[in-house]
Design a binder for this molecule. Structure first.
Ligand SMILES: [Zn+2]
Length: 278
């Protein structure tokens, strides 16, 4: 499932190609994604418009048009975007195709259809974006992502720290894989209640959260050349995972076997020696 780094890598893959280009034609499948494809709005607000830039907020890509309208894409579980020559053979599960005036085509492929395509019309975009931002947690690379903010967000809560980090209303873009890795890097037992996290631990979370996400983006960025014309994955991370998926294997720090359990319904991997309950 794409997490923040994969979405950011996709954004960086699109950035050299979309801004300045006009979308001359839009085609869609007749399948329903997580929400129905907004055909009327795509035709009215996006077709024929010129792209200004591509931003990211949480795990959403915001393709901004010069007109002010915004095409909002969420990759869901299996969604991916690729750039292809317009006449390249289409793939099964291509649900949206944006033909650019330079002959290239952006394709949104999603086999499980948990992704979403939304359009914010120009005249309502500012209000809709404000509302959207309110529903999303803090960005790990934002300036306000500090131990103070996190401690404040966690006040009077008792949920496990790992579950808290994965709550998209509190922190944006961190899924199960990175949450496990961040907890290991910070040396924190993943089921520690958030209101018991100490100040140095919050500091460690901030540092490792950014460090791990940045490394994953970099790893994805190194495979970005695969992006164009690729029918495969657009630079999925090749980060070396230290705990995720490694139950029973030796900890990279102390060689104790990594343990696995369920936290809030999600698989948690941790080293029982390096990440002790406090
Ligand atoms: Zn260990």
């Amino acid at each position: 499932m794409p997490e923040l780094p994969e979405v950011e890598v996709t954004r960086r893959g699109l950035l050299p190609h979309l801004p300045g280009n006009r979308i001359t034609r839009i085609s869609w499948s007749n399948k329903r994604l997580r929400t129905p494809i907004p055909r009327k709005l795509l035709g009215r607000e996006i077709a024929g418009e010129r792209v200004q830039t591509v931003d990211r907020r949480a795990k959403y890509l915001l393709v901004r048009m010069m007109s002010g309208s915004v095409l909002v894409l969420h990759l869901g579980m299996t969604g991916r975007l690729g750039l292809f020559p317009g006449d390249a053979p289409r793939a099964r599960h291509d649900h949206l195709r944006l033909l650019l005036e330079n002959g290239m085509e952006v394709r949104f492929n999603d086999s499980r259809r948990f992704g979403a395509i939304l359009v914010w019309p120009a005249e309502e975009a500012a209000g809709l974006e404000e509302q959207f931002n309110k529903s999303k947690g803090i960005e790990p690379f934002a300036e306000q992502f500090t131990e103070d903010t996190l401690q404040e967000l966690a006040a009077r809560r008792h949920q496990p720290i790992k579950t808290f980090l994965m709550d998209s209303r509190r922190v944006a873009g961190i899924g199960n894989i990175y949450a496990n890795e961040i907890m290991f890097a910070a040396g924190i037992f993943p089921e520690t209640p958030v209101d018991c996290i100490t100040r140095p631990q919050w500091q460690a979370i901030v540092v490792h959260c950014r460090e791990i996400l940045a490394r994953a983006i970099e790893a994805g960025g190194s495979t970005i050349s695969d992006f164009i014309g690729s029918s495969g994955k657009p630079g999925y991370f090749q980060l070396q995972l230290k705990v995720y998926g490694r139950a029973g294997e030796p900890c990279t720090r102390c060689a104790t076997p990594i343990e696995k359990r369920k936290t809030g319904g999600r698989a948690t991997f941790f080293c029982p020696r390096c990440q002790q309950p406090q």
